[in-house]
Design a protein around this ligand. Structure first.
Ligand code: NAD
Ligand code: UFG
Length: 332
């Protein structure tokens, strides 16, 4: 298969490109480098010993998309490109609606024109809003609490309408839980600029003494130890889920959504303890007030993704903590 990967130099995209190349697929990447660096391409080559075609540019740019589809016989598109910071989306909603929606609409229009109607889309567990029950199943009601999440839900709806209007489309919507960790080589991983929003990158910076301590956002939730519980999944497992989803859309028409998680929920305190134990480092923390918009607990029912895609995460929390820190140590 030959795949176009939008956002392919980003965190999840780069790990997915590696798994696709390892699987024997051909890869074309488009990324505007708004949240990633060009050297990722070299790192991918170093890991896989394989070449990729890279277009530096914006998915909103229809002329560039046309050039890509004219010059490459693409079978499947995996669409990662987009902005993803919840807090920033509250401050700059138009920027989020513009980038996430327009890029997707333009991409689908050009795909239509070139008769490429197989798409895997990066959605998020955030579309489940405040789930009434756990674990979360794919048919639970959908709602959102911030503009970022709303862009994901709007895109899901656009894709459902598209697949309904034209039965030739095959679309897999992947709802990621909490991806963490890095490739075991330490060559690619997650390296946010400034102060991280998410738990694992923050823990890593505290362990690495770039930040003084972790703020734990609340210890009075109705969870095992009062701190928030999430379904952390190793980014390499997540990447492998995309290889399976790409095969699914290649083989079968229609649209469906799948949870990509492990089905296990870990609390913030458990994450801190596990990280300290696995990496033999100290992670100082203080308990502060709850973060606005956070939910107590969120973890996936993984049965449907297993039944339909054959997806099962295999890496452990030890692997996630070890690989996340290894990436930072190798890139200090
Ligand atoms: P990332 O920021 O590392 O990767 C996104 C990539 O897209 C970046 O390389 C960025 O430069 C590029 N990009 C953004 N807008 C673009 C545009 N208009 N044209 C071309 N390139 C553009 O993020 P990630 O963590 O790899 O996430 C990938 C996708 O998965 C995103 O759609 C995100 O919303 C979704 N997602 C991520 C998480 C998570 O926790 N990381 C959870 C759920 C869903
Ligand atoms: N947390 C802290 N301190 C921090 C950061 C996080 O205590 O400095 C806690 C949070 O309160 C939460 C847990 O750690 O209980 C995980 O928080 P993250 O910010 O890492 O992840 P979220 O589950 O809040 O959100 C992430 C992505 C969203 C995505 C969602 C579901 O940021 O974009 O997972 O996939 F929608």
């Amino acid at each position: 298969m030959k795949l176009l990967i939008t956002g392919g130099t980003g965190y999840i995209g780069s790990h997915t490109v590696v798994e696709l190349l390892n699987n024997g697929d051909e890869v074309v990447i488009i990324d505007n480098l708004s949240n990633s660096k060009k050297d990722v391409i070299e790192k991918i080559k170093e890991i896989t010993n394989k070449e990729v075609t890279f277009y530096e540019g914006d998915v909103k740019d229809k002329n560039l998309l046309e050039e890509i589809f004219k010059n490459n016989k693409i079978d499947v598109v995996i669409h990662f490109a987009g902005y993803k910071a919840v807090g920033e989306s509250v401050e700059k909603p138009l920027m989020y609606y513009d980038n996430n929606l327009i890029s997707t609409i333009n991409l689908c229009e050009v795909m239509n024109k070139y008769g490429v109607k197989k798409l895997v889309f990066s959605s998020s567990a955030t579309v489940y809003g405040m789930p009434k029950e756990l674990p979360i199943k794919e048919d639970f009601p959908l709602s959102t609490t911030n503009p970022y999440g709303t862009t994901k839900l709007m895109i899901e709806n656009i894709l459902r309408d598209l697949a309904y209007s034209d039965k030739d489309w095959s679309i897999a919507i992947l709802r990621y839980f909490n991806p963490i960790g890095a490739h075991e080589s330490g060559l690619i991983g997650e390296n946010p600029n400034g102060i991280p929003n998410n738990l694992m990158p923050y823990i890593v910076k505290v362990a690495n003494k770039e930040l003084d301590h972790l703020n734990i956002f609340g210890d009075d939730y109705d969870t095992k130890d009062g701190t928030g519980v999430r379904d952390y999944i190793h980014v390499v497992d997540l990447a492998k889920g995309h290889v399976l989803a790409a095969k699914k859309v290649f083989d079968e028409k229609g649209i469906d959504a799948y949870n990509l998680g492990t089905g296990n929920g870990y609390s913030v305190l458990e994450m801190v303890k596990k990280f300290e134990e696995v990496n033999n480092v100290k992670v100082n923390y203080v308990i502060t007030k709850r973060r606005e918009g956070d939910i107590a607990a969120c973890y996936a029912d993984t049965n449907y993704a297993f039944e339909k895609l054959g997806f099962k995460a295999t890496k452990t929390l030890d692997d996630m903590c070890k690989d996340a820190y290894n990436f930072v140590l190798k890139n200090r």
